[in-house]
Design a protein around this ligand. Structure first.
Ligand SMILES: CC(C)(COP(=O)(O)OP(=O)(O)OC[C@H]1O[C@@H](n2cnc3c(N)ncnc32)[C@H](O)[C@@H]1O)[C@@H](O)C(=O)NCCC(=O)NCCS
Ligand SMILES: Nc1ncnc2c1ncn2[C@@H]1O[C@H](COP(=O)(O)OP(=O)(O)OP(=O)(O)O)[C@@H](O)[C@H]1O
Length: 232
């Protein structure tokens, strides 16, 4: 199985690109969705986060008040690191579980959309790595427009992540998303062509079909060697 890493910065356009992958029939594992499930009321992650940050981060429904927690952690490095530490094991096991489900479905190519791919060192599990890049100016503008944030809040969120230029330098494929949607579509078509190339042997063995082929060959080998022993 080919596990493509899709990353970038906040509001650089990852979800826009991952929607294009989904529309092309490629399954996408979305780390933000996994992280949201980890914070659902009553879950293990919720309990740890509430114990550490206090009940003031809860809404009357006892769900986490996400904008409030976001305000706290994006304006304080230590609080953000604490939140990351508490949620990391739940997020990584959630992502692994989602990948396993795609493996069991027989998927040959999947995309894992992880904003913090490099920061949480999951880049070693994904190849190729696609980085959706924009200039900081475009990033701030789109972030403020999409989330209705002040420039200061938007800057805090951007600064909470590894600089996009560093991510760009670690990419196998860069999508420059400074232009309009049509330009993005043109680049996407080339990326889709790349990631649909035939699997390498390693990727094939890592797929369900490959694992079953290896298992089948081992079983046949054992049967054949037993037959040979009986015959001799
Ligand atoms: C702080 C929270 C509650 C704010 O929720 P909110 O709904 O406002 O934002 P959302 O989850 O949609 O995230 C939006 C974007 O913020 C960025 N972001 C989220 N968490 C972090 C973080 N810990 N550090 C840096 N950037 C982050 C990502 O680019 C993400 O795509 C939420 O982001 C969260 O639980 N973050 C910690 C979990 C995490 O690390 N998520 C990233 C998945 S790898
Ligand atoms: N090429 C583009 N031209 C104009 N607007 C765009 C383009 N690409 C994305 N956008 C807009 O920019 C905003 C951010 O895009 P998107 O939500 O895909 O980013 P993201 O990287 O997934 O963000 P996050 O890290 O917060 O999940 C959205 O409002 C989206 O509609």
């Amino acid at each position: 199985m080919r596990i493509v890493g899709l990353t970038g910065g906040i509001a650089s356009g990852k979800s826009t690109v991952s929607n294009l992958f989904k529309a092309s029939g490629i399954p996408v594992v979305d780390a933000d969705v996994v992280a949201r499930n980890v914070l659902k009321k009553g879950s293990g992650g919720w309990k740890r986060v509430v114990a550490a940050f206090g009940e003031e981060i809860l809404l009357p429904s006892r769900e986490v008040d996400r904008p409030k927690l976001g305000q706290m952690v994006f304006s304080s490095d230590s609080k953000r690191q604490l939140l990351n530490k508490l949620m990391a094991p739940y997020i990584s096991s959630g992502i692994s579980w989602e990948i396993l489900k795609q493996w069991a479905n027989g998927a040959k190519v999947i995309v894992v959309d992880i904003p913090l791919l490099f920061e949480v060192k999951m880049d070693k599990w994904t190849k190729p790595i696609v980085v959706v890049w924009v200039s900081q100016e475009t990033q701030l503008k789109r972030l403020m427009e999409r989330d209705g944030l002040s420039e200061e809040d938007a800057r805090n969120r951007v600064m909470a992540q590894m600089p996009l230029d560093s991510k760009r330098s670690k990419a196998d494929i860069v999508i420059d998303n400074n232009g309009g949607i049509d330009e993005l579509h043109q680049q996407f078509d080339k990326v889709l062509f790349e990631i649909r190339r035939p699997l390498t042997w390693f990727e094939f063995w890592r797929s369900r079909q490959g694992a079953f082929s290896v298992l089948g060959s081992v079983i046949l080998g054992v049967i054949a060697s037993k037959q040979l022993k009986i015959g001799s």
